[in-house]
Write a protein that binds this ligand. Sequence first.
Ligand code: ARG
Length: 579
Amino acid sequence: MAACQFRRAIAAQVSRVLDRPEDQLIKSISAVPVYKKQPSADFQLFVSSVIERGQDYPRPDTQAETQKLADKLRPDAVVSEISTGAGTVNFKINRELLAKEVVQQVSNDGPEYGFKSELFSGLAKGKTLVEFSSPNVAKRFHVGHLRSTIIGNFIANLKEALGHQVTRLNYLGDWGMQFGLLGVGFQCFGHEEKLRANPLQHLFQVYVQVNKASDEDENIQKAAHEFMRKLEAGDMEALGIWQRFRDFSIEEYIRIYERLGVHFDEFSGESFYREKFQDVLKLLKDNGLLQTSVKGTGVVDLSEKGDLSSIATLVRSDGTSLYITRDLAAAIDRKTKYDFDTMIYVTDKSQETHFRHLFHVLQLMGFDWAEGCQHVPFGLVKGMKTRKGDVVFLEDVLDEARSRMLHNMSAAKTTKELEDPDDTAEKVGLAALIVQDFKGPLLSDYQFNWDQALQNRGDTGVFLQYSHSRLCSLDQMSGSGVLKSLNPACLLEPQAICILQHLLRYDEVIKKSSEDLQPKHIVNYLLVLSHLAAVAHKTLPVKGSAPEVAEARLHLFRTACSVLGNGMRLLGITPVSKM
Ligand code: ARG
């Protein structure tokens, strides 16, 4: 029997007593959360969610029902004790079975531990498109883009682990007036070598310079409009220049995303839809959805009463497209290309109305698949500064995290001799950024603080990395490759049981995150796991213990290390084995 089958075994017994299908009951049985102390039971059944609600009035007395149910249940080979709590029947699993099965299951399932649980059986798997990061070429890569990058990556990882076929899409802001300005600006302020060496930085510099110049010189503005007009008209020379800016930028983006451990299956962008939006307009007109406003713009009525009290503007009075028009064309194009079941957009919350309008227009156009489109919004990060000042480039944030971490590591007494300290500092620094960002609800704004994020102790990514590396080194120090079979009777101390109990809940935690797409459930779970591992590390020594005991403890630590590593990777963190 497998560990995750504990829930099934309990459900089977309850099912016989209540005469209700097992599968219905499974969802009402959950692992008891472990915080600091060992809970007295491993699973609880919420009685109010399983008792029949008949016609009786007043409502049935839950506590009496709970007792009645508990009285009918009997301990067996799996369940050693049955008790009652407030509205719950509690089950304690046979202690040796608990240790044996959890250790075995984690080792058997590897990265799939938790995902193979019965909680996910029968859940629909499909094609999922995740659009995230999506910076604007030649403009600032702000903290919002960083958040979108790490959140989108997490969602894509999670969906993939759940068995969906995932496509990761980057939708660049690669069209618009900034290219008119750049086209002109590059002739005045551009340097070919700088463009090749540091495209993002150089284009941004040119953009800032030409912007300033255009404020003072009307001719520059005119020239920029002329360049943009050429681009829109498909002038080959202008397009050639634009294409080079775009290509160089993407090359550099890819390199930086690699540092983050993020990749994309496709770099799309607004430019792809600079003409295709015409087809969308035609469709809208054919359906009688596009109206001309008094200002001469093209609008779609989103109001319930049909009185234009809520509208989406899709065409400017000069006939050019807007952000939402290109997004409409992009969504329809993606549906044709990928035939997705779900499409997720990750941006800051200021774009909530935009996406609501986008999905609404798609619905009006008769595209029922718009049901499967979802916007995941997140809040603002305040105060993220580097030594150079405000964040302008993603690379600056990564460099800052790495150098601060390097500094902290060289000051810490516990730091090990490392082959590549830069690389370790980078991975730990990144973990710190991710955990800081994922700890709370995504929608909340938060104040960023380097010192807080990089603390060794406390609930940080540094602490997760430290715990992981400590568990790894324990394993290595003992020089143990394959461990001898486990004697579960050696894992009966409360500190060991706490870890095992906590591991029982991993599938429920993943399930929560998969339902609301919030990483905080997993982050907090891993932080607790790390704390429990630290306590066990202190109280359950391997060195100096009898061989059988040492072996059993190594099994336990290896198990904890494995789940910790799995969870970290899901979040987009690369666990380090030494620091
Ligand atoms: N480039 C946009 C920005 O920086 C984000 C794009 C979001 N995705 C979309 N399909 N509109 O604000």
